[in-house]
Design a protein around this ligand. Sequence first.
Ligand code: ADP
Length: 400
Amino acid sequence: MSNLIWLFTIPVVWGLYEFAVALRMLYLLKRGARTIPTPFGLIGALIKQGQQRREKSERRHQRLMQLLIAMRALGRALPDGLAVLDSESRLIWSNSQVEELLLSDLPERGARLHFSDARAQEWLTNGASEPLIDFANASNTELRLSLKIVPFSDQFRLLIARDVTVAMRLAQVRRDFVANVSHELRTPLTVINGYLDTFEPDELPEYTEVLEQMRNQSRRMVQIVADLLTLARLDHNTESPTGDVSLAPLLGYLLDDANGLSRGAHKISLADTLPMDLIGDEKDLRSAFSNLVSNAVRYTPTGGTIALRWAWHAEGAVFTVQDSGVGIPEQHLPRLTERFYRISTSRSRESGGTGLGLAIVKHVLESHQGRLEIESVIGQGSTFKCILPRARLRYRDSGV
Ligand code: ADP
């Protein structure tokens, strides 16, 4: 009997002891004590497990806090202004730089971003898929900014504002320099050309070839200077052109131009499928379209075809010049509209090019809110599309 009592008493006493130690441990844990008795038994093991879980989550919490502090420091250390916006353009977070750059345009947290500049606001409303370059804030017009929005989840977007004042000033210095040099070169070149023209073809028979080369090179220089001055003018001109451009005579001129340059070497066609005229600068558009036509003639071997087309496009209208010429390797396509960018300098020189034609085309189209699209297959030909927005179109006859 006494054995039986012991059999029950020992586990009960042991259990009570275990329970008492666990209670003391919980009490100490609650008071935040550093040294806690080592738990034992089932209850102790459970408490120990809970304690380990708590320590782990504390460590994780600490790591997250450190990461957050580091991210904040990183946001302060970055030279760019950063702001996190939600899908409705409400401000979630921003660093101090963005406050300095956007000034009064930056809203309170939780409020919607709204630019006082109409162009910037339109850019934001239209999805800001491309960066906005050279944006001047209404509160500080000296400051030039570039803005970019990078979506980083379904909900959030990162606005990056960069101070590009110095870069823009340097670009302006470069543009002014090129314009001034071109301007200064115009007079001496006119004089040289004038003297060269005074020589009669048979006057110096032994120098005929030399004189011919001098004439060609000096004409090329005159063309380069003229193209550089055109680009300088387009760079400086910020006003939107609003003249009436009748397409029928313009297309007729381009066809004549193409036939004149080709001298019967190509099959040239024109399709005028659109009853619309353009609102813009007649001289600039004619020069841009002419550049494409002259390129098509120059880079298409004898017997090839050249097709000019004025037609509807999803965004408005498109003037297309399609040739069956030499074509352009794909890797060159993105850089073709850069100044003096040429696939082969010798090929361009032989064909009398300046390397500025497509840069002019791009600028003219941009000044009309349009763009240039280029497609090409080597050996099969190229297609140049001048896409102009609907706002630039008007019905030919209505005069609206
Ligand atoms: P360029 O005066 O040298 O022709 P552009 O700016 O008009 O300069 O053209 C840039 C380059 O693009 C040219 O050097 C030429 O290699 C290429 N290119 C332009 N148009 C065509 C075309 N229709 N077919 C093939 N290559 C072309």
